[in-house]
Design a binder for this molecule. Structure first.
Ligand SMILES: [Zn+2]
Length: 167
């Protein structure tokens, strides 16, 4: 899309770290910390809901690979994976992307929220409305057979050791 900074980065191969037929990974040009990555679909989609399921699946597979690459490359052991979907959610580019932000104790990244005060009746109403909205997809998902090729992850990576520690 003309004027899109991420389309330009893909075309010019600016700060590109990794590419596959569906996606491109770049270093964020003005990221929160060194190593802040953007996982970008090659096709210009504005928001997540516009993406075909297969493209989205590939994007998350690459996100997982990048977490491993960050550990191997710069010793990142903890990180945030963030999607800012729409301007009110803080989306900074008109092109959908997944942010991967390496984290460390005492870093300067600010993230979080205060729990909202929601009444029991409001919570019940929201639950009913969303369950109804989800029902249409449940029927579709039950019919679908998912087959995934497993991604090879080094057996002794930090993430795997960390997962094993969880009871
Ligand atoms: Zn774009």
């Amino acid at each position: 899309m003309p004027g899109c900074e991420l389309c330009l980065a893909i075309r010019e191969k600016e700060l590109v770290l990794f590419e596959d037929p569906h996606s491109v990974v770049i270093l964020h040009p003005h990221g929160a910390v060194p190593g802040h990555l953007l996982v970008i679909p090659r096709v210009h989609y504005g928001i997540m809901e516009q993406m075909p399921d297969e493209d989205l699946r590939q994007l998350f597979r690459v996100t997982k690979l990048m977490a491993t690459s960050l550990e191997k490359g710069i010793g990142t052991k903890e990180l945030n994976v963030i999607i800012t979907n729409g301007p009110a959610a803080g989306q900074e580019f008109p092109h959908f992307s997944i942010h991967i932000i390496p984290r460390g104790k005492g870093d300067t990244v600010k993230m979080g929220w205060e729990p909202a005060s929601v009444s029991k009746s409001d919570m019940d109403t929201i639950e009913v409305k969303l369950k109804e909205a989800c029902r249409q997809f449940k029927r579709v998902e039950e019919k679908r057979e998912v087959s995934e090729e497993p991604i090879a992850i080094p057996k002794e990576s930090y993430q795997i050791k960390h997962v094993r520690r969880i009871p």
